[in-house]
Design a protein around this ligand. Structure first.
Ligand SMILES: Cc1cc2nc3c(=O)[nH]c(=O)nc-3n(C[C@H](O)[C@H](O)[C@H](O)COP(=O)(O)OP(=O)(O)OC[C@H]3O[C@@H](n4cnc5c(N)ncnc54)[C@H](O)[C@@H]3O)c2cc1C
Length: 511
């Protein structure tokens, strides 16, 4: 009989692919299955956020993503008879190697992750559907149907549902998915548009709603996204056609454009929903299976990939006996609040952009045209928006796995992501495992002082004596988790707090 898997990954969208990459880097025994025969071909998510690029850098794929994408997109706001140019993200952030929103179609992102896995011998089992999941003792027995129609059962210790909005894993685990649908319908098309300046995002904002054109490249030059204006027939009455889209573009003030050669056209309702828990026993949810919301702010795929990279190393360490089971509870504690924040933020942005409330309509049609030209100079608000949208501001300070000792005067705190420094601090800690950063004179950190912290944790913690080139002034210590967040931070060279932290979360193997 084959021994149970450590992890069964259900779904090979961007979330499942990122999870598979992380499990592979720790040598975890896993399978990744997806019921569709091929990866998604139509364009979906268009933007990769700085934090996602940072998180994927450890796999060596971020440079390839940047090479395939466009990091220098501007935004053209078309307002009545004026057009205002607003730079996207150009605020001179220095604590990340990726201070931009990267435009890249989801198909390309999935293809880069798929190639990375293939080069490491991971097979994505396409055409394989999870039909049912049943708990049996400490394991889960999954019933799978393969591409030839044959069924098999597979036993796994943990099952992660990366299986999208209609998640089978969520249903089988009995986890609720609460929220609401927005009343409006939206139109989406990938097509060619004559008369549009290339290389920029175009937004047409009126009291009636908003229309966007995003440069796409593949499978068509442009993505059109618009709210269906009140008074136009609903999808139950009409199919989406090119003349319908052309008429809507003109109603939203996009005159002088000719829409043609659509590759696909669709309409849909948007939802804002979240899983009530991200974990139930051996079942975990990540990505769209855990949260769905409007595309405002390009957060969906990014949040999913980051869910996966919060969870993968925890599963890997628990499965190899290097971390306690409770580490897995920190997944819900850390990522469920992030999911709630993303739902709240995208909801606000979306309501402001689409509401028929007279005040908001007035703001869109009268105030935005006056204020938009000032946006270029409003550095502080743009910096705040950048921190949120880029997902660089996400922290786990309240997590049970974040412990602060005496606080250094400045610098990142326990739970924060490790910022980058000139010379590439993030690159130094990109290898799998934990990284102990020690600042101050190296003689304060003799091997004997660190010996109890490292004993029985061979290969799990890499030590970096940074001298005065660290993120904190003076003498300090910080333990970076495998996902680039700081688990423990303290001022001074006393090792007791650090020892207590690793004893709790990385119990030493007996000698
Ligand atoms: C039309 C459209 C436009 C979008 N635009 C944007 C955007 O502009 N920006 C943005 O950030 N996001 C956007 N999104 C959302 C983004 O595409 C998702 O957030 C992202 O795909 C989520 O990735 P995921 O891996 O969690 O789930 P998915 O990509 O949905 O992947 C889930 C996978 O699970 C598989 N699966 C499902 N059930 C089973 C089962 N029982 N057994 C085996 N396999 C199963 C499916 O075949 C699928 O491949 C858009 C989505 C749509 C549909």
């Amino acid at each position: 009989m084959t021994p149970p898997l450590d992890v069964l990954v259900v779904g090979a969208g961007p979330t499942g692919l990122a999870l598979a990459a992380q499990l592979r880097s720790y040598g975890t025994r896993f399978r990744v299955v997806d019921r569709s025969l091929d990866r998604v071909r139509e364009s979906r998510a268009l933007g990769i956020q700085p934090r996602t690029l940072e998180a994927l850098a450890g796999f060596g794929v971020s440079e390839e993503l940047v090479a395939r994408g466009n990091p220098a997109m501007g935004l053209r706001l078309h307002l009545n008879r004026r057009t205002v140019s607003v730079p996207l993200f150009d605020i001179g952030a220095t604590d990340t190697p990726y201070p931009f929103l990267l435009f890249l179609a989801q198909t390309e992102t999935e293809s880069v992750l798929g190639e990375h896995l293939a080069a490491r011998g991971v097979t994505i089992e396409r055409g394989t559907e999870v039909l049912g999941l049943e708990r049996q003792g400490p394991h889960v027995v999954a019933r799978l149907r393969g591409r030839d129609g044959g069924e098999e059962t597979v036993t796994a210790r943990y099952v992660v549902g990366c299986d999208g909005a209609h998640s089978t894993v969520r249903a089988q685990a009995g986890i609720g998915f609460e929220g609401y649908a927005y009343p409006q319908t939206y139109l989406l098309a990938d097509l060619e548009v004559d008369g549009l300046e290339p290389g920029a995002v175009h937004s047409y904002m009126t009291g009636r709603g908003m229309l966007f054109f995003f440069p796409l490249g593949s499978p068509a030059p442009w993505r059109m996204l618009a709210m269906r204006p009140a008074g136009t027939p609903d999808s139950s009455d009409t199919k989406v056609t090119l003349p319908l889209l052309q008429g809507i573009a003109e109603r939203y003030g996009a005159r002088g454009l000719a829409l043609r050669d659509p590759v696909w056209m669709t309409d849909f309702r948007l939802h804002n929903r979240g899983a009530v828990r991200y974990r139930s026993g051996p079942f975990f949810l990540a990505g769209d299976a855990a949260h769905i919301h409007s595309p405002a702010g390009a957060q969906g795929m990014n949040t999913g990939i980051q869910d996966a990279l919060n969870l993968g190393w925890k599963l890997a360490l628990v499965c190899r006996g290097a971390a306690p089971e409770e580490l897995l509870d920190t997944y819900d504690a850390e990522r469920a609040p992030v999911g709630r924040d993303v739902r709240r933020f995208t909801d606000r942005a979306f309501v402001i952009g689409t509401s028929t409330n007279p005040v908001l309509r007035f703001a869109r049609s009268r105030l935005v045209p006056r204020l938009a030209p000032l946006a270029r100079h409003a550095t502080a608000p743009r910096r705040r928006v950048f921190r949120t949208v880029s997902e660089l501001g996400i922290h786990y300070r309240r997590s049970p796995a974040s412990t602060a000792g005496p606080r250094p005067r400045r610098g990142p705190r326990a739970g924060d992501r490790l910022p980058d420094l000139p010379g590439g601090l993030q690159a130094q800690v990109a290898a799998p495992g934990w990284h102990l950063l020690l600042t101050g004179p190296p003689h304060l950190w003799p091997d004997e002082r660190l010996a109890p912290v490292l004993a029985g944790r061979a290969g799990l913690i890499t030590v970096h004596r940074l001298g005065d080139r660290g993120p904190w002034p003076g003498v300090a210590q910080g333990l970076v988790r495998p996902d680039g967040h700081l688990g423990y931070v303290a001022r001074g060279a006393g090792p007791d707090g650090l020892l207590a932290y690793v004893t709790r979360w990385l119990p030493a193997e007996p000698a």
